[in-house]
Design a protein around this ligand. Sequence first.
Ligand SMILES: Nc1ncnc2c1ncn2[C@@H]1O[C@H](COP(=O)(O)OP(=O)(O)OP(=O)(O)O)[C@@H](O)[C@H]1O
Ligand SMILES: [Mg+2]
Length: 425
Amino acid sequence: MSTTVYGLDFGTTNTAVAITRNGSAEVLPIGAGGTATIPSLAFFPEYGRGYQIGQNAIDGYLGSEMNGRLLQSVKSFLPDPGFKGTAVGGQLGYASIEKLIGILIKFVKQQADAHMGEEVTDVIIGRPALFSDDPERDALAEKRLVDAARYAGFEHIQVQKEPIAAAFEYERSLDREEIAFIADFGGGTSDFTIMRLGPEHVTRPDRADDILGVDGVYVGGNNFDSSIMWRRLIRYFGSESESKDWDRWLPMPRHLMQDLCRWQRITFLKDRKTREYMKKLLKTSNDPESIKRLIALIEENLGFSVFQAIEKAKHDLSQHETTSVIFNESVIEIEERISRQEFEEMSCEHIQKIEICIDELLTTSQIALEQVDTVFVTGGTSYIPAVRRVLSDRFGDGKIRTGDAFISVAAGLALGGSTGAGSLA
Ligand SMILES: Nc1ncnc2c1ncn2[C@@H]1O[C@H](COP(=O)(O)OP(=O)(O)OP(=O)(O)O)[C@@H](O)[C@H]1O
Ligand SMILES: [Mg+2]
């Protein structure tokens, strides 16, 4: 029987798997070309059978002229009792949320098993500090995640909070005891823990006493993307247009524009009622060009590509003071210049939520800023300068240590498993 245990970080945006070998973590090359992560995406072609996962899903989607369903950020639906599953066409027809995540994990497991040359049935899977403030929803999300792992072929499944896993990874670099503040800024959530770490603690099977506090908030990279759409791009799709209804001019419905800010929701706008409304708008709008763009966005499934352009601009702004969102497809031509300062203004509500969560965690854990020896930062959204500033403003630059943004959690999940401290959730 295999004694290997996978540490599986199923992220809102990216997924990674690690094992422990000779006391240190090794991240497995599960991605195309041997990369350590795959995008957490599944594509179901409209016609034919089967589905594709990860980078293959993106290639399949774009290669099929966007005919089919591309599902992203499925993790964020886990705590939603109303989202039980969705129609995906192709082989599966209708898939429950457990199955949607299950096939993603199954793909990752197959890649990892092929690399290991054995079938591994034990896994420690990460979960955010908080799936939901509501304990019932939180429990539902965790149960769904465990069921998805079981669907994928795992038999012994443990769950660990992602920031605690990141702490385990950071702990390996320590040669003395310290109190560390761990921050993991992902695509869907920002998660934190305050822990007592050190070489003496590593081998303790029960780490509960070392955890001084854990908390998280539903703010991640997706929210920053949505803000760019909301503040700068919806006007291309008619947000400022009006349509004539008898003798009155009516504004564009706000909920429609809000739906554009999450590209997955754009797919849901293809229903008959919305289509008829669009036809009417085309005739009655004072800006029919913007309505044509809106129709193209929805009917030609361009939401994903628009959001890729937004994400690229967001990444640019982590390095440069200004950039442009550039998109040219079908009738949509966008060139929108954004400065870092403007980006920070439009995303200040997300930064505030992160600040509140961090300050409350320090208060409830009864840890003063001076007691924190170091701050370990990981996750893709930690590249945003304004996000890092939240930490440096509080703790000072000197205390900040940076981990690998995309693999620290998977590595820490595997390490926690090897010491028996795997499941504390
Ligand atoms: N250079 C960058 N600048 C800004 N954001 C970035 C950068 N690189 C990646 N990101 C963002 O990081 C996010 C993905 O980070 P990560 O892989 O840590 O998330 P995840 O683990 O999948 O999500 P979660 O932990 O919330 O479930 C995406 O929103 C992505 O746009
Ligand atoms: Mg993550």
